[in-house]
Design a binder for this molecule. Structure first.
Ligand SMILES: [Zn+2]
Ligand SMILES: [Zn+2]
Length: 104
C-alpha cells in the first residue's frame, strides 16, 4: 500500500477518494477548478470536497464536502448509519401497528 504524504491529502486516514489524480492526471482536476488538497466539488453546496463512493450499499460515486458527506452517511436511508436509523424507525412503526391491532 503506498503511503500518503501530508500535502497529498488533508485527511490521510479518511475514506478513499480520487486525490491520487493530483499525481497521475493533475490537469483533469485543474480543468474542473478544484483546489489542491481536494479532488471534487460538493454536488450539494459546490464547496471543494472529495470524489468518492456513496457511503452505503449502493454503487454510486459522487463528490461531497466533509459536512455533506457525513450528513449523507448519517441520515440517508441507504447510508451506512442512516440505513439502521431508518430500519429502526420502520421496525418501531410496524411494532406499533401490530400492538395497536392486537389491543384493538
Ligand atoms: Zn480527495
Ligand atoms: Zn457540501
Amino acid at each position: 500500500m503506498p503511503t500518503r504524504t501530508a500535502d497529498e491529502h488533508p485527511n490521510p486516514s479518511g475514506p478513499r477518494c480520487y486525490c491520487g489524480l493530483w499525481h497521475s492526471e493533475p490537469k483533469v482536476l485543474e480543468r474542473q477548478g478544484i483546489p489542491r488538497g481536494y479532488c471534487g466539488l460538493c454536488q450539494v453546496c459546490g464547496q471543494p470536497g472529495h470524489a468518492r463512493h456513496f457511503p452505503g450499499a449502493v454503487p454510486v460515486t459522487g463528490a461531497w464536502c466533509e459536512k455533506h458527506y457525513l450528513r449523507l452517511r448519517r441520515y440517508h436511508p441507504l447510508g451506512s448509519t442512516g440505513f439502521f436509523l431508518w430500519a429502526t424507525i420502520a421496525v418501531l412503526v410496524v411494532a406499533g401497528l401490530v400492538l395497536f391491532w392486537t389491543v384493538v
